[in-house]
Write a protein that binds this ligand. Structure first.
Ligand code: 5AD
Ligand code: SF4
Length: 474
């Protein structure tokens, strides 16, 4: 119960401070500390920022007190994420009093919208950099050192940071994220992303493959390809090569090595193709797991959300996925209480959740975002108490669906990639199966290490985790 409920209330993941290596004062002149908020895309962007800063002689530190530069990589997707960042900036203001040379920067999605407020009115930050301007960071730091307010929030139609090898921050050395595209063209009416991250562009396929090969050579065993809408990935190589679609890219990454697992996120129900499903089914190392955000189960509300599919279309997609891969895990994003949502619309959402039998969902109540289509066109007219009650019903149903999904796994044997010790005990391993479920199991006398695959039979489960034991001769 708790795990899923927490995902709702703590929807913008708490910021995490990253330190990929120990503080090395000889190697680096100055040190930066970076916290990331929001989606995985932001965490990956922080890895690009770290790489750019390393190249300029800045080393990462986990310790706030040792930092000459503090960065917050921010998210605007929901109001709560913004409030958290504002609170954190106020805390840094105190640190600045004790150390006037300390620079504080805001990166990412909040940069564009709140630049004036942060820089001028509230005097909370020295540097403001949007998601397409990270290459300008070294120059902006120089300007800020000289006492100027440094800002670059220009969005680009081309920037993909294709040539930058991200520094892996907070990595377990086994699983990594690779960004394959930036921005979004979908214009879902509730969503601020097209405004904060700009137009969609696909990264050069060769540079994606080079990054994946490099990760594999370093011992990584699982790669998640990241984009706001991966199914619209499309890249045309220069020398009259064949266009690379998402299905082709998936295949190319799967071919890097048979023991390198491939995942991807996020899929849009209107865009995921049979080609993608067939490719997934063809390669054992492409994981049987699709994050397929529903948002609402009501065709009328989906229309207002500008999602470009109906509930019937969505149901047909779920059926199609299960035709190709009967064992495929499916998860969702769901918004409760979007503009004009009636009780009947809400029941449609619950009904579709039961149909899809989601293994997991991220659930939110609608919060109006400035500048979005919904904010300009519709009234945010569902009372907060109603939104929260509907969200609670969605959460309770999802808890039941997750529990049922785990019950169905009892007795089954899964191939598990070991990621490390379980949180609770060094005597247990923690890993994931292809369907992205966490499995915890005793190490027993086996000589295994993180990055190894092992067959595990599930014997019980908690709300969010499967428990099992190693099957010797699988
Ligand atoms: N209010 C609530 N949830 C939102 N999301 C995006 N914008 C909003 C909003 N304004 C959710 C969607 C999306 C996920 C990343 O965040 O469900 O898929
Ligand atoms: Fe936002 Fe829709 Fe694009 Fe996702 S697909 S980032 S919800 S506009």
């Amino acid at each position: 119960m708790l795990d899923i409920a927490q995902k709702v209330h703590d929807e913008s993941r708490q910021g995490e401070a990253f330190a990929p290596f120990a503080l090395d004062t000889n190697r680096y002149r100055r040190h930066f500390y970076i916290e990331s908020y929001g989606c995985q895309m932001n965490f990956s962007d922080s890895e690009i920022v770290a790489s750019i800063l390393n190249g300029e002689g800045f080393g990462a530190t986990r310790n706030l007190e040792e930092a000459d530069l503090i960065f917050l990589n921010t998210c605007s997707i929901r109001e709560k994420a913004e409030q958290t960042v504002r609170k954190r900036l106020t805390e840094f203001k105190k640190l600045k009093k004790g150390n006037p040379a300390l620079l504080v920067g805001v990166l990412g999605c909040m940069a564009e919208r709140l630049k004036a407020k942060f820089l001028e009115e509230e005097k909370l930050v020295d540097i403001v950099v949007g998601p397409d301007a990270y290459r300008a960071l070294p120059q902006l730091i120089d300007e800020a050192d000289g006492g100027q307010k440094a800002i670059n929030v220009l969005l680009s139609r081309e920037e993909t940071y294709a040539d930058i090898s991200p520094v892996r921050l907070n990595s377990n050395g086994i699983t990594a994220f690779v960004s394959i595209m930036r921005g979004c063209n979908n214009m879902c009416s509730f969503c601020v992303v097209p405004f904060t991250r700009g137009r969609e562009r696909s990264r050069n396929a060769d540079s994606i493959l080079a990054e994946c090969r490099d990760l594999y050579a370093q011992g990584y065993k699982e790669i998640t390809l990241l984009g706001q809408n991966v199914d619209s990935y499309y890249f045309i190589p220069d020398a009259d090569g064949q266009p690379v679609t998402f299905a082709r890219l998936l295949e190319l990454v799967a071919l890097v090595a048979p023991d390198l697992r491939v995942r991807f996120s996020t899929s849009h129900p209107k865009d995921i193709t049979d080609d993608v499903l067939a490719t997934m089914a063809r390669y054992e190392n492409i994981c049987r797991y699709i994050h397929l955000p529903l948002q609402s189960g009501s065709t009328r509300v989906l229309g207002l959300m500008n999602r470009n599919y109906s509930r019937e279309w969505y149901k047909a997609k779920v059926d199609r996925i299960r035709e190709y891969m009967p064992d495929c895990g499916i998860s969702s994003d769901i918004i409760a209480g979007f503009c004009t949502e009636t009780e009947e619309d809400h029941q449609d959402t619950l009904d579709l959740m039961r149909f899809a039998q989601y293994d997991m969902s991220y659930m939110f109540f609608y919060s109006e975002r400035p500048g979005t289509l919904a904010q300009r066109r519709y009234q945010d007219d569902v009372p907060e108490a109603v939104k929260k009650r509907r969200l609670q019903e969605i959460v309770e149903l999802q808890n039941k669906l997750s529990f049922d999904s785990n019950l169905r796994d009892i007795g089954k044997t899964f191939k598990v990639l070991i990621e490390g010790d379980s949180k609770r005990s060094e005597l247990d391993w923690m890993g994931r199966n292809s369907q992205n479920k966490v499995i915890v199991f005793p190490k027993e006398g086996y000589n295994l290490k993180p990055g190894d695959y092992v067959h595990v039979q599930v014997d019980s489960s908690t709300q969010a985790t499967l428990l099992g034991k190693i099957v010797a001769n699988a």
